[in-house]
Design a protein around this ligand. Structure first.
Ligand code: ADP
Ligand code: MN
Ligand code: MN
Ligand code: MN
Length: 346
């Protein structure tokens, strides 16, 4: 038997953005445990905005697990928060009720700032560094400093070793700002892995005395870039049949559902989606081929392939909850009839 270190990880009840929480328990198994072998566990919900002090127990239900590459015999256990009966999802547990579909693929581009001493990593104590321009995909100490690349490389290795579908990294437009991409088939799978990648990044950064700033416009109303979490999506129908007619109906549905999308695309998005700096204004839906100033960017490959492939919703922001973002995208897609389906024939 081996003693495994099980890190139970969950989202707390803070609004508008939940925080990641985690605690460890040690359990013996003869080999790396299966998900079914991982027991329910409790925590004090009164310390996480998930219960009153008088009746504070909440239940952690393991839903995904990964090897924890940073620990010997470690397991990262992603959990849903349940009510004390262990069966009813807690109101803060969004994952339990989202739409999912294995045929729907999601690629999230997580942008964020490294922060130290209350400012982006590499910013001087007073004033600003040289203006934006050379930092995006930059190389060299002057552009990216000495620490950031070490962190993003370590984070990449941790994600890959954990089996998380990390797909790439780039230095972003603002100094101290970076991006990584996570891809998954199914909204739960993609969003689980995004939350786990965020967890691994935050934990890794503790040792560097650096924080991750996920706010979508941490430098406020300046020329410094904000942070998004573009949501690239495709359904099986979009990839295999598609067509211009369906595409236009789909865009019509997205245009009609602006409010529903913005509601779950992350807080303070009006600060970021202003219409300036390659953003579309939050309250006006637009789409365009290779248009980085549109709400939805249509890749060249999509148009060149008879309107088949994936689309990029550029509105979700860096603080958004990928569960709710993916679910809303699926909800809007589901509102459009699939040509040739039973509903369309009726
Ligand atoms: P850009 O910065 O140009 O917008 P990125 O390379 O950062 O593009 O991100 C593109 C994202 O699109 C990746 O996360 C990738 O996984 C995702 N993607 C590619 N093909 C598909 C697809 N068929 N369905 C959903 N997402 C996809
Ligand atoms: Mn990108
Ligand atoms: Mn980007
Ligand atoms: Mn993008």
């Amino acid at each position: 038997m081996t003693k495994y270190k099980l890190e139970y990880i969950w989202l707390d009840g803070y609004t508008p953005v939940p925080n990641l929480r985690g605690k460890t328990q040690i359990k013996e198994f003869s080999e790396f445990p299966t998900l079914e072998q991982l027991p329910l566990w409790g925590f004090d919900g009164s310390s996480t905005m998930q219960a009153e002090g008088s009746s504070s127990d909440c239940v952690l239900k393991p839903v995904r697990h990964f090897p924890d590459p940073a620990r010997s015999n470690g397991v990262l256990v992603l959990c849903e928060v349940m009510m004390p009966d262990g069966k009813t999802p807690h109101p803060s547990n969004k994952r339990a009720t989202i739409l999912d579909d294995d045929g729907a693929w999601f690629g999230f581009e997580q942008e964020y700032f490294f922060y130290q001493d209350g400012r982006p990593l590499g910013f001087p104590e007073a004033g600003y560094p040289a203006p934006q321009g050379p930092y995006y995909c930059g190389v060299g100490y002057k552009e990216v400093g000495s620490v950031a690349r070490k962190i993003v490389e370590e984070h990449l290795d941790l994600c890959l070793a954990a089996g998380i579908n990390h797909e790439g990294i780039n230095a972003e437009v603002a100094k101290g700002q970076w991006e990584f991409q996570i891809f998954g088939k199914g909204s739960k799978k993609a969003a689980d892995e995004m939350w786990m990648a965020r967890y691994l990044m935050q934990r890794l950064c503790e040792g560097y005395e650096i924080d991750i700033e996920y706010h979508c416009k941490p430098l406020g109303d300046t020329d410094w870039n904000g942070s998004g979490m573009h949501c690239n999506f495709s359904t099986e129908f979009m990839r295999t049949v598609g067509g211009k007619d369906y595409f236009e109906k789909l865009m019509g549905a997205f245009g009609a559902a602006i409010e529903d999308h913005i509601a779950v695309y992350g807080p303070d998005n009006h600060m970021r989606l202003t219409g300036k700096h390659e953003t579309a204004p939050w309250n006006k839906f637009s789409y365009g081929v290779a248009d980085r100033g549109a709400s939805i960017r249509v890749p060249h490959s999509f148009v060149n392939n008879e309107y088949k492939g994936y689309l990029e919703d550029r509105r979700p922001n860096s603080q958004g909850d990928p569960y709710q973002i993916a679910s809303q995208v699926l909800k809007t897609i589901a509102s459009v009839e699939i040509p040739g389906s039973k509903a369309a024939a009726a």
